[in-house]
Design a protein around this ligand. Sequence first.
Ligand SMILES: Cc1ncc(COP(=O)(O)O)c(C=O)c1O
Length: 362
Amino acid sequence: MKLRIPEYVENLVPYKSGNKLEGGITREQFKAMTNLASNENPFGVPEKAKEAMRKAIDESHIYPDPSGSELVSALSLHYKINKNRIITGSGSDSLIQMIFNAFCTKGEEILTADVTFIGTYVNANKLGRKLRLIKTKDYGFDLKSILENINDNTRIIYLANPNNPSGTMFSGDEFKSFMEKVPDDVLVILDEAYWLYASHHKDYPNGLDYEYDNLIVLRTFSKCYGLAGARIGFAFAHREVINILYRVKLPFEPNIIALHGAIAALDDSEYVKKTVETNKKCLALQESKFDDLGINYVKGFGNFTMILFDDETEAIKFTKYMLENNVVVRHLPMFGLPNAVRINTGTLEQTANALDLIENFK
Ligand SMILES: Cc1ncc(COP(=O)(O)O)c(C=O)c1O
């Protein structure tokens, strides 16, 4: 092939999801397993969202409204935020891409942690943006060190609270003191993909309570709202930040089926309650079992726990053992953590079954 490819694209590798397994396992076989590798919702698509999405199929011959106005209105009512401060996209992943495109150019820096949501690295690399990765402290964001590393070339800082894959959380006090020191011309992304799982913790900062002109808060329908496959998320920010993002947004994302599903899911408080309550119980079950078995782990504030083994060999052996028993967990070498494995919560039954297996792991 004679086509010329930018160097930063040539160096990329396609994204490999936790739902894609080695060894010729088909998607059908995969679906029959218990997937505790992708932090998805174990309760399936919420019934109300299913019904709304079925109806939306009948509208699929027309383009969606480019501003997703019905969903924006529903979000505005739900979160009591002005509509002009909200934008929707095909998942947080797509919103991150929009932000990197709009607020940073090649050669300018995005600061984040060396262990955080992989979508951040993927989006920066594919756009040829310069990433500077700050070492995590106890697997969480080291906000002090991030502040110390800001320079004239820094345009964006990405934080996830709780973080993925470590599950760590920083407090409201830490966040406020951080924001007060970040220069006004640096945009801070606060990714709250797991906020509903964490919001009962007294120190957890709800991003919507902070009105900084240089802050953008990301939320997704992929986790507590059970719509990971529909690809839909949203962001809150100052109206001028939102206006800029509309300049780079693909006009017709999110798609019309996802938009209708999200409006219905937003209202399904029973489903969200069941999800959050089950997660709380499952995290407690995980922690108590790991404590009993003397397994080293990082306390998780999302819907997963990160287990730490002595070395990579042990982590690989564990991941294989779980897979042989039809449970998929996520080994984490791609985050520079070859001795770590992430396991998300499932239903109570799935979680108990996984923990029984872990008890018998030798
Ligand atoms: C911190 C964080 N942000 C965003 C996402 C992905 O969100 P979405 O499915 O909306 O792209 C994930 C998914 O695992 C995540 O862990």
